[in-house]
Design a protein around this ligand. Structure first.
Ligand code: CDP
Ligand code: CDP
Length: 228
């Protein structure tokens, strides 16, 4: 049980990171937010004026980047070339362009390799878009977390308002739709439910309810595993 791997995939703002973090805490597992890695590369490319369509330059940029996900008391921090960029990678500028960077095959291959190296002999919860299908195809538990686009936009809107960020619900809905479309239709490792994933529709579920549902699935799986 303490070395179990849990993959959580799903569209933007379905609640993956919030729930994955809590599940990891409850189980004393490591939590890895893979989206942060694509965001960090996007942020650096924008800063250096590199075209987000230029796959080769992005691969070179990633190859020369010291990118680390560090567990701290405030949760996962993203350290890029020794600088903490955890806040910078969450701006609308990065959010609305990250899917362009994430569609490149060679960028993804390098990211997947780096993500697989993060699996140690301890339990892990990893969230993203291709975790159950490509990064951890043998994960013991695979969750595909969804919610209606209206609900997801509402959640982000509420989050923005609470943080005092400017926010327009309809614009958010369009941005989320657009990102889902790019992520779901790219040629390499698109966002798709793994055959053996369990779908959890969180549209009318609160955070703790989703956490409990996943812990229940984990428990069922570990009991079955113990029974051989
Ligand atoms: O905003 P949200 O938390 O939903 O997104 P994220 O998990 O931070 O991921 C940002 C973007 O990175 C996604 O929209 C995908 O384009 C890309 N991504 C990916 O392609 N594969 C992953 N495993 C994780 C993220
Ligand atoms: O990681 P992902 O983009 O899938 O979503 P998130 O950033 O974890 O969640 C987006 C927002 O929805 C956060 O403000 C969460 O607190 C909220 N949320 C919610 O209201 N109800 C849930 N069942 C899950 C998340």
């Amino acid at each position: 049980m303490n070395t179990m791997t849990i993959a959580i995939d799903g569209p933007a703002a379905a609640g993956k990171s919030t729930v994955a973090k809590k599940v990891a805490e409850k189980l004393s597992f490591i939590y890895v937010d893979t989206g942060a890695m694509y965001r960090a590369l996007t942020w650096k490319a924008l800063k250096e004026g590199i075209s987000l369509e230029d796959e080769q330059r992005l691969v070179t940029l990633l190859g020369s980047s010291d990118l680390n996900l560090v567990q701290s008391e405030q949760g996962q921090r993203v350290i890029l070339d020794h600088q903490d960029v955890s806040e910078e990678i969450r701006t609308a500028e990065v959010t609305n362009q990250v899917s362009i960077v994430a569609k490149h095959k060679e960028v993804r291959e390098e990211m997947v390799q780096r993500q697989q190296q993060l699996v140690k002999d301890k339990g892990i919860v990893m969230d993203g878009r291709d975790i159950g299908t490509h990064v951890l195809p043998n994960a013991e538990v695979k969750i595909f977390m969804i919610a209606s686009v209206e609900e997801r936009a509402q959640r982000r809107h509420k989050e923005n308002m609470e943080k005092g960020f400017p926010s327009d619900l309809h614009q958010l809905m369009e941005e989320i739709r657009k990102r889902d479309e790019i992520d779901s239709n790219r040629a390499t490792a698109p966002l798709v439910k793994a055959e053996d994933a369990i779908e959890v529709d969180t549209t009318s579920m609160g955070i703790n309810e989703v956490v409990d549902r996943i812990l229940e699935i984990v428990h069922e799986k570990s009991v079955k595993g113990d029974q051989g």
